[in-house]
Design a protein around this ligand. Sequence first.
Ligand SMILES: Cc1ncc(COP(=O)(O)O)c(C=O)c1O
Length: 501
Amino acid sequence: MNEETLDPKDWKAMAALGHRMVDDMVHYLQTVGDRPVWKHAPQEIKSHFTRELPLDPQAPEQVYEEFLEYVLPYPVGNIHPRFWGWVIGTGTVQGAFAEMLAAAMNTNTGGLDHHSANHVESQLIRWFREIFGFPAGASGVLTSGCSAANLIALAVARNAKAEGDLRRQGLQGAKRRMICYGSEEIHSSLQKAVELLGLGSDCLRTVAVNDAFQIDTGKLEEAIAGDRERGFLPFCIIGAAGTTNTGAVDDLQALADISEREGLWFHVDGAFGAWAVLAPGAKEKVRGLERADSLALDLHKWMYMPYEIGCVLVRSEQSHRSTFSLTPAYLAHGEGGQGLTGGDLPWFSDYHFQLSRGFRALKAWMSLKEHGLRKYGRLIEQNIRQASYLGSLVEQEPLLELGAPVTLNVVCFRYVGREGEQTRRAGWTERTEQEEQAVDALNREILVRLQEGGIAVPSGTTIRGRYHLHLAITNHRSRQEDFDLLIREVLRIGEELGVGS
Ligand SMILES: Cc1ncc(COP(=O)(O)O)c(C=O)c1O
């Protein structure tokens, strides 16, 4: 019988290729700062990926060469010391190795018992409970990221606070419209979540923020009262521990108080900001998240772990499990005894909409052990210090203007040019709409030149209607001189563009 396998014919040659890959990647990471942050993939590279389906085999070495030529040179750039766009993490060497180890084991962590991966993940959940001050009985599960974590948390909140049996009847059985609340600065993944959960985006009240970009708690209370008067069912308040746009942290204590008083679920989106608990100088800012009913987090942002990994913690294990647990005959478990399904613990699939899941826990477990939690705290503090340093450079430079106060690791600023400098001296309101639009356009062009020139990668965003360069510093490779360089380059490009000079 001519039976086949995908295992290599020549194991020695495959091992040699693997060693080469490891050597190449370690060198690649070691020298990342010597290359441009980002390089536009040319048309010939894009065309390479429109080729025909490979029906016949190629030597693994040849496939690797193709990767080296067509894939590796055109990354997003987030492993570089001067990448600060959006909120994207940096990754680590050991984290990359852990991904290889996990893939070699190829564990499915959706369930099954008496295998190590589930114990590694359970260990992490216990550690996260401790880090974030959640009680011993709280549940949690690793996710692909914070979008998934937010979705899971809001599903639990919706089911826990619904008046009927939501799993059976869906929202068709709801007697009253269910409403949740968050600031106008909360992340779009939360709107996606309420849409996916069938609540509809109209049910998400986006409350105005104060000057510090935190939810206005007075307006929040008014909105809740208004909805009660209309006969709706307020069910959840979403607090932001670090907004994407400005890094603002809502007054989580106040939100916890209001949630308690009103009998609402309190969810915190702590995608990156929740990790401020590790930084002695910043942990007070996120005080109150330990009172949340659910907390969504990422580890691929401010914990610098390779993509993808997030986590959701839920105070009430019972609410969490009763939202997701479903056990058909072919997945019978939880009956104790022997064998791969013989444990009496719930499976991770009882806490997640996913059944099959990879062994994400390994990279987190290995990374935490390799560096120790204290070092993560120092790195987070380092990023906060760098943000505040960058903020002070902007404030000292008359041609630049900050878009929002720097509270955590996010800095938004723009080049205003000489004209802008004069109007700033005269007062913000004196800049005409036309001048504002010119400043917006100028900053869009500065951003493109920074990126296309491979100099640095901030992203762009709009703060109070005006375009700004946006940096979220979740990068363990950045150094103070990288921020000096950024400012020098923004000023140089701004000057070169000649607007307002
Ligand atoms: C505050 C916040 N929440 C949620 C998310 C979504 O997380 P993810 O990209 O891991 O799905 C992000 C992503 O930037 C974020 O900044």
